[in-house]
Design a protein around this ligand. Structure first.
Ligand SMILES: [Zn+2]
Length: 207
């Protein structure tokens, strides 16, 4: 597998970019990862990078986007923060990726058994963690409107993880006129997915 070039990046539609990630995850769960020569990819990307997607995921050690989507060097921008929440710096990073570096897809990737989501549901408060977990509150409120489950019920927590991805997608569109503008023009797409830490499978919300 070769690193992406300006030509391969230009030729991709947002849908094609999503297919690359879906196919990569399929290889990952089947243990059929592409045979990449990473050192060769270092050489191929020495003069520039043309990543086709920007992925916002959690810092969780099990959710490395490059690994679970079977991607190599120069393929994706990877933004990671506990609970895959949005902030100004994440938005700026995404805007750079799609407007100046040519990426076609913005993916918000949540995951099951997320420590940040679980802690937010359990109303943990400590140091700077408090402000971070506060960003997950809108998803908790939405989940509470849907069901009467206790907030420490594992099913409730997984629903919050899903809704937290929807919240992030909405926030990206609302707070970034660059991203929402490019999406309206059909040049990029904002999508969401959840990674299952028990199976390695990524479920996209469009499925
Ligand atoms: Zn997490």
């Amino acid at each position: 597998m070769r690193a992406h070039t300006k030509a391969t990046q230009d030729s991709l539609s947002p849908e094609a970019a999503m297919s690359i990630l879906k196919e990569g995850n399929e290889r990952f769960v089947r243990n059929l990862r592409s045979n990449r020569n990473l050192l060769q990819m270092v050489n191929e990307t020495r003069d520039g990078q043309w990543p086709f997607a920007v992925v916002l995921s959690c810092i969780d050690s099990r959710t490395s986007a490059e690994l679970i989507f079977d991607q190599g060097l120069g393929d994706i921008f990877s933004a990671r923060v506990a609970g895959n929440v949005v902030n100004e710096d994440i938005l700026g990073s995404m805007e750079y990726a799609v407007k100046y570096a040519g990426s076609k897809l913005v993916l918000v990737l949540g995951h099951t058994k997320c420590g940040a989501v679980t802690s937010a549901c359990k109303k943990v408060k400590d140091g700077n963690i408090t402000a971070l977990l506060h960003k997950i509150k809108p998803a908790i409120e939405r989940a509470s409107k849907e069901s009467d489950s206790a907030t420490d019920d594992p099913r409730f927590i997984e629903r919050v993880a899903e809704l937290n991805v929807f919240e992030a997608m909405e926030e990206i569109r609302e707070r970034s006129t660059i991203i929402s503008g490019l999406e309206k023009e059909g040049k990029i797409k904002v999508v969401g997915a959840v990674y299952d830490v028990e199976t390695g499978l990524v479920s996209f919300f469009d499925e």
